[in-house]
Design a protein around this ligand. Structure first.
Ligand code: 5GP
Ligand code: ZN
Length: 115
């Protein structure tokens, strides 16, 4: 398990910085985004420090699969049971702000799309 002492999400994963946790197991942590861009906005992170998708190799394939497979369960449990989107921002031109791999799960009612 790799840990970067200067990394915000490593600090969240180790409990140094609090979060609104919605899921945790040995490898993964999921919590609410502090500035939600949708009614339901969760972040799923590996506990081990991986910068982003450009650093992913074959050894991470199962971990990435688990992150993706967790999304529908957490969406359902947190009120996004009518659909959601997943996003992984990667690098400066990908809009990545926190350099610890994370999967955004965004969903919930979209009132502006109705009526
Ligand atoms: P990125 O642009 O790197 O894909 O997204 C980083 C996300 O992390 C943003 O949506 C931002 O709101 C969220 N974020 C940044 N700092 C914190 C924090 O301290 N706690 C939580 N829960 N979310 C954070
Ligand atoms: Zn980290």
């Amino acid at each position: 398990m790799s840990h970067d002492p200067n990394c915000l999400f490593c600090k969240i994963a180790s409990g140094q910085i609090p979060c609104q946790k919605v899921y945790e197991d040995e490898e993964l942590l999921a919590f609410k985004d502090i500035r939600p861009a949708a009614p339901v906005h969760l972040l799923i992170i590996p506990k081990t420090h991986i910068v982003n998708l450009t650093e992913v190799d074959a050894a991470h394939e199962a971990l990435l699969g688990r992150m993706l497979a967790l999304a529908p369960q957490l969406a359902r449990e947190n009120g996004a049971d009518n659909g959601f989107r997943v996003v992984i921002n990667t690098g400066p031109d990908g809009g990545q702000e926190v350099y610890h791999l994370h999967l955004h799960v965004m969903g919930g009612p979209r009132p502006w799309k109705h009526g």
